[in-house]
Write a protein that binds this ligand. Structure first.
Ligand code: CAA
Length: 297
């Protein structure tokens, strides 16, 4: 029998999840839709602001399932079933019978709060609202809801299919049934769940934030990005800092850094050159390596 993760309530308190809603159909949201459909084997509906985005998200899931099929990691029955489970809609009404809705929209508190208010208006009072935020306050996100006890942080890492960790965030009002459901879901999703406090950027991004802060500071001080990045290549990291930043997306990284700076001050450096990095694209900066050698990740 598995040991109960630290801080997890009794799993008997967990509620069944028979339909999942994902708010957003971007890269993170699509990876989540795939993960839930494949492991939970329940219908998953994704929403976004227009049909084009929705179609792109559903298309991503289908393409990833086809890749798994091509590698022999999934049977053709399972592939067809997983694809059929994932649908999209431009209307949040599609969440009406969902038990668990996770948002993975733009990292902006006002946007997240609005999304939760809209979802709360269509779902049952027991439906759990989860946020995949990287750094924003889960407490604040729940504050204006009729049922703030239904909100929990459910923070995944990129690439979702391969990174085992899941940070589960308990806000002061999150109730035990919601938390118990989150832990049971984590297990079904085959993730290693840790309970973390609702503090800026939680645990992992807070630590990564120190690394990104320092490497962007080195860049600000005049060392080119490729030299700084390559210097860390042999340190045993699975990815160099700029490579990781490219994977996560520089704007997301920048939001995390700003949240950390707002919470903890100058310990977390916000680069004056971040916009330059965003505009130029990290990879093209690598090409500016002083020896003119192309950067090969
Ligand atoms: N989607 C799906 N699968 C992927 C993938 C992706 N984007 N990228 C890699 N994979 C799979 C590959 O297909 C491969 O699977 P198979 O073995 O089945 O073929 C497996 O992962 C290993 O990939 P590779 O052999 O190509 O490469 P690798 O050994 O270098 O591993 C990695 C890739 C697992 C991503 C590794 O480089 C790594 O661990 N990087 C660090 C990632 C990390 O730290 N992520 C956290 C970012 S912070 C964050 O996300 C939080 C936030 O809030 C911003």
């Amino acid at each position: 029998r598995g040991k109960r993760p630290a801080g997890a309530p009794d799993k008997k308190l967990a509620r069944p999840v028979t339909k999942v809603g994902v708010v957003g159909a971007g890269l993170m949201a699509s990876q989540l839709a795939l993960l839930f459909a494949k492991n939970l084997k329940v219908p998953v509906v994704m929403t976004d602001i227009d049909q084009e985005r929705v179609d792109k998200g559903v298309g991503y899931v289908h393409a990833e399932v086809d890749k798994l099929l091509g590698k022999g990691r999934i049977s053709s029955d399972a592939a067809n079933r997983t694809k059929a489970l994932v649908t999209g809609s431009v209307s949040k009404e599609a969440f009406a019978d969902a038990d668990f809705v996770i948002e993975a929209v733009f990292e902006e508190m006002s946007v997240k709060k609005q999304v939760f208010a809209e979802v709360e208006a269509v779902v049952s009072p027991e439906c759990i609202l989860a946020t995949n935020t990287s750094s924003l306050s889960v407490t604040e996100m729940a504050a204006d809801l009729e049922h703030p006890e239904r909100v929990v942080g459910f923070h995944f890492f990129n690439p979702v299919a391969v990174m085992p960790l899941l940070e589960i965030v308990r806000a002061p009002k999150t109730d035990d049934a919601v938390l118990a459901t989150a832990f049971v879901l984590a297990k079904q999703l085959k993730k290693t769940a840790v309970l973390v406090k609702d503090a800026a950027a939680f645990v992992v991004n807070r630590i990564l934030g120190r690394m990104f802060g320092e490497i962007t500071k080195v860049f600000d001080e005049g060392t080119d990005a490729a030299t700084a990045d390559n210097a860390l290549r042999s340190m045993g990291l699975p990815m160099t800092p700029f490579n990781l930043l490219a994977l996560v997306g520089l704007p997301v990284g920048q939001h995390v850094q700003e949240s950390l700076h707002a919470a903890f001050g100058d310990r977390f450096h916000v680069s004056e050159n971040s916009q330059k990095l965003i505009d130029a694209g990290i990879k093209s900066l690598w090409q500016q390596d002083s020896d003119g050698k192309p950067y090969v990740p």
